[in-house]
Write a protein that binds this ligand. Structure first.
Ligand code: C2E
Ligand code: MG
Ligand code: MG
Ligand code: MG
Length: 285
């Protein structure tokens, strides 16, 4: 088809491709530089126990402000980092920040929080993953039982045998494991049963339609019931309204995360929110 459009079209098409490749390369160079110069940040989004309204943990989300291009969302640069060994460096860096911060908060006397860090498929494929994680946890002194790693179905199903092995070793270190974006991938229930997971995170695409969309209601109800019968806690992502929260509460869902409580915040603002909750008077979430 390209041929019938003539030479002009073809070269236009290939220019477009090389333009995209050049943009990718430019972004990769910027990302490497940002990492070296310490321009990445970790923000924390509260995770709230539904029955009590208490903040019991937080998900760490990486943030990148490029001087020229402004805020670049992780959905844009994580997939890029995934294509090289950069993801391993980035992943180690995030984990180290979180463990250090978590340890500092404990030392300052804040209550114990479960801190969750995303682990991408590229990290899952690296052979010394467990050794490196153990090393970071030991070096920072953050208790492994307060660390949670979030994995997507894609990270697990790429090679379920290897994943089972790695997850078992992480679990033996005391680290908790969560299945992220549940329902958007293609994991088989047979495997779900085999992985040593503690938390099932209902993807926000299913939370959005609650309590109006009957399909979303059916899916959420089923995921909560299934998670519980497999002995897992269930967390709903992307909760934005009181009505969504009420519905999830009715299902017996354990934890929620979403703009209704707060977006991901810089460490200082996160701690302020946590303290506002401790004072009791103005329960934030
Ligand atoms: P995720 O792990 O599923 O993280 C949840 C995403 O939902 C975050 O987007 C969060 O800001 C957003 N979110 C939270 N509450 C709400 C809400 O009420 N409504 C809506 N519409 N969105 C909400 P974010 O920070 O842009 O991150 C996107 C994805 O990028 C993450 O999805 C995760 O897959 C990846 N990511 C972020 N940080 C890291 C990281 O440090 N390492 C790795 N490997 N991946 C990361
Ligand atoms: Mg996540
Ligand atoms: Mg998610
Ligand atoms: Mg996601």
């Amino acid at each position: 088809k390209a041929k019938s459009l003539g030479r002009g079209s073809f070269s236009y098409y290939s220019n477009d491709l090389s333009k995209r490749a050049a943009e990718r390369l430019d972004m990769e160079v910027r990302l490497r530089r940002a990492m070296q110069q310490g321009l990445l940040e970790v923000h924390y989004q509260p995770q709230v126990e539904i029955t009590t309204g208490q903040i019991i943990g937080a998900e760490a989300l990486v943030r990148w402000h490029d001087e020229e291009r402004g805020y670049i969302p992780p959905d844009q640069f994580i997939p890029l980092a995934e294509q090289s060994e950069l993801i391993v460096k980035l992943g180690d860096w995030v984990l180290e920040q979180v463990c250090r911060q978590g340890k500092a908060w404990l030392d300052q006397g804040y209550p114990e929080l479960q801190l969750a860090v995303n682990l991408s498929p590229g990290q899952m494929r690296s052979n010394d993953l467990v050794t490196r994680i153990a090393e970071i946890v030991n070096r920072t002194g953050y208790p492994a039982r307060l660390l949670e790693l979030e994995l997507t179905e894609g990270a697990l199903m790429h090679d379920p045998e290897v994943a089972t092995q790695r997850l078992t070793e992480l679990r033996e270190l005391g680290i908790c494991l969560a299945l992220d974006d549940f329902g958007t991938g293609y994991s088989s229930l047979a495997y779900l049963k085999r992985f040593p997971l503690s938390v099932l995170k209902i993807d926000k695409s299913f939370v959005r339609g609650l309590p109006v969309d009957s399909d979303d209601c059916a899916i959420s109800r089923t995921v909560v019931a299934m998670g519980h019968s497999l002995g897992m806690s269930v967390l709903a992502e992307g909760v934005e309204t009181e009505q969504q929260l009420k519905y999830l509460q009715g299902l017996g869902c354990d934890i929620y995360q979403g703009f209704l409580c707060s977006p991901a915040l810089p460490e200082q603002s996160f701690i302020e929110l946590l303290r506002a909750g401790e004072n009791g008077a103005n329960q934030p979430c």
